[in-house]
Design a protein around this ligand. Structure first.
Ligand SMILES: CC(C)(COP(=O)(O)OP(=O)(O)OC[C@H]1O[C@@H](n2cnc3c(N)ncnc32)[C@H](O)[C@@H]1OP(=O)(O)O)[C@@H](O)C(=O)NCCC(=O)NCCS
Length: 138
C-alpha cells in the first residue's frame, strides 16, 4: 500500500473517495478551493482506497478529512494516513495539530488516539456532538 501526496489542482481521486466514504453526506469537498491544504491518497496496486487532508493554515494546522473505503478498513490504514500527516506537519515546523471527530465515530477516534492524539474539548452542534483532539508534534 503506497501513500502518495496529491496535487491540489487535481483532486478528482480525493473527491471520489470522499463521496464513497461519506455516502450520506452532501459532498463537502466539491467546488471548494484548498489553497493551504495538502492531500494524500493511499493506493492498493494503484487504486485509491484512502485519503487524508491536512490544512497548513499559517496559525493552526488541522486534519480536515480522512477516509478509507469499506473494502480496505481495519488494516491500520487510517493510522498510517494520520502519521503521514503528522510527519509532514512536523517537517514544516508545526508543533501541534488539531481535528474534530463525531463522538459516535469510534473507529476514527480510536485511530487518532492510537496515534497519540488527546481530547481537547466537546462541541455540540444541534443533535451532533464532536470531540476536538490535538496532537503535539515532538
Ligand atoms: C474511520 C475510518 C477512516 C477508519 O479507517 P481504518 O483504516 O479502518 O482504521 P484503522 O484500521 O487504522 O483502525 C483505527 C482504529 O480503529 C479501530 N477500528 C476500526 N474500525 C472500527 C470499527 N468499525 N469499530 C470500532 N473500532 C474500529 C481499529 O481497531 C483501530 O484501533 P486501535 O488503534 O486501538 O487498534 C474508516 O472507517 C472510514 O473511512 N469511515 C468513514 C469515514 C469516516 O468516518 N471518516 C472519519 C471522519 S473524522
Amino acid at each position: 500500500m503506497a501513500i502518495t501526496i496529491q496535487q491540489t489542482e487535481d483532486l478528482q481521486a480525493i473527491h471520489e473517495l470522499d463521496r464513497a466514504c461519506f455516502p450520506g453526506d452532501k459532498p463537502s469537498l466539491d467546488d471548494k478551493k484548498w489553497p493551504t491544504h495538502v492531500w494524500w491518497t493511499a493506493e492498493d496496486d494503484g487504486v485509491p482506497v484512502g485519503y487524508i487532508g491536512l490544512n497548513l493554515h499559517p496559525e493552526v494546522a488541522s486534519v480536515t478529512r480522512v477516509g478509507v473505503l469499506a473494502s480496505a478498513r481495519r488494516c491500520g490504514l487510517q493510522k498510517r494516513l494520520i502519521r503521514t500527516a503528522q510527519r509532514y506537519a512536523r517537517r514544516h515546523a508545526y508543533n501541534k495539530l488539531e481535528t474534530y471527530v463525531l463522538t459516535e465515530n469510534l473507529a476514527s477516534l480510536r485511530g487518532f488516539v492510537s496515534c497519540g492524539w488527546k481530547p481537547l474539548k466537546l462541541e455540540i452542534q444541534g443533535a451532533r456532538q464532536f470531540l476536538w483532539l490535538y496532537s503535539v508534534l515532538t
